[in-house]
Design a protein. Structure first.
Length: 326
């Protein structure tokens, strides 16, 4: 039977599509064939860096390729992911830790990225265990003593964070609003710098993750006054929660792994599965216990849904605090 010109054209298009799709399918099936870069958007030595270095090593074993850490701190933890979104190919060879500031900062200031469209969300890993710490020789032995002093001395207590608009900064301002406190925010690039500022007497408080503060606490150089987790941590059983101190807040600032927009779903699944298996290894449980983080896993679909909801919640919070960009 004769083939019409229209049918012939359709067959040609189908053949061309199949021809073009073959290399993509093959590439996804072979992935990965070379090392993968995992961006940690904070300086080396903090809790995030400590966690992800161990996890990257475990993921490397699952994938059969090295997963190398690239520290790219700045812009409250958003410089690394933003740079990835702008410059990296969506081929799965450059991925990043995704801090919660990504979903909040665009409402505070102009950014080069849109968290709704510029990233591929792979999986959620955990949430931070944040604490407020003072030097061991600070005059405040308890959270109540600190609050009493801060109320009586507006502007005399300073606290560090990992950047303006980050969870540490936003939460401390929420606490200040609830308690009628005026304290001074001093932003840094990450936990290592914050520790140095506290020990050097440049800030009164260090608001950081237990992964950042733990070693100094063990050495008796600092004292944690309060923690922002739902319950006390087994790692630091003597540190009360905000709720125990009369502030009905729980703040864990969840984070996960993402890549540039447009990643192949097959590559995303490979990465998701490798990270999930790595999270179930004893070595991962050990580092999580050591730094005081708690697993908060979400798969790819649930993670993306959570992020989209979280973005809306962060917009409302920024507006409530009067921090929204003009």
């Amino acid at each position: 039977m004769a083939i019409s010109r229209r049918n012939l054209f359709g067959l040609a298009l189908a053949a061309a599509a199949a021809f073009g799709a073959a290399p993509t399918v093959a590439a996804a099936a072979d992935y990965p064939t070379r090392p993968i870069t995992l961006i940690v958007p904070f300086p080396a030595g903090g809790g995030t860096d400590t966690h992800l270095r161990v996890l990257a090593d475990l993921v490397s074993k699952e994938l059969g390729q090295p997963v190398t850490i690239e520290n790219k701190g700045g812009a409250s933890g958003t410089l690394g992911p933003a740079t990835m979104a702008a410059t990296a190919k969506p081929d799965g060879y450059t991925i990043s830790q995704m801090p919660a500031t990504l979903y909040r900062l665009p409402f505070i200031q102009k950014t080069s990225f849109d968290p709704k469209t510029d990233f591929t969300y792979i999986l959620q890993l955990t949430g931070y265990a944040f604490a407020v710490a003072v030097k061991a020789d600070a005059p405040w032995q308890t959270w109540d003593e600190l609050v009493e002093y801060a109320k009586a001395n507006p502007g005399k207590v300073s606290y560090s964070s990992s950047g303006a608009g980050g969870t540490q900064h936003i939460t401390m301002e929420q606490i200040a609003k609830k308690l009628g406190i005026k304290w001074i925010h001093v932003p840094y690039k990450g936990g290592g710098e914050q520790n140095a500022a506290l020990l050097g007497g440049h800030t009164s408080l260090n608001v950081a993750s237990t992964g950042t503060l733990g070693a100094l606490a063990d050495a008796g150089k600092i004292r944690m006054l309060v923690i922002w987790t739902p319950e006390r941590l087994e790692r630091f059983p003597d540190v009360p929660t905000l709720r125990e101190e009369g502030i009905d807040m729980v703040v864990t600032s969840p984070y996960g792994i993402g890549g540039p927009a447009g990643m192949d779903p097959a590559v995303v699944k490979t990465l998701h599965d490798a990270f999930r298996k790595a999270m179930q290894q004893p070595a991962h449980a050990e580092i999580m216990a050591k730094i005081g983080f708690v697993e908060d896993y979400l798969g790819t679909d649930d993670y993306e849904k959570f992020v989209m909801q979280f973005i809306g919640e962060q917009k409302a919070m920024v507006e409530e605090l009067g921090l929204a960009k003009k």
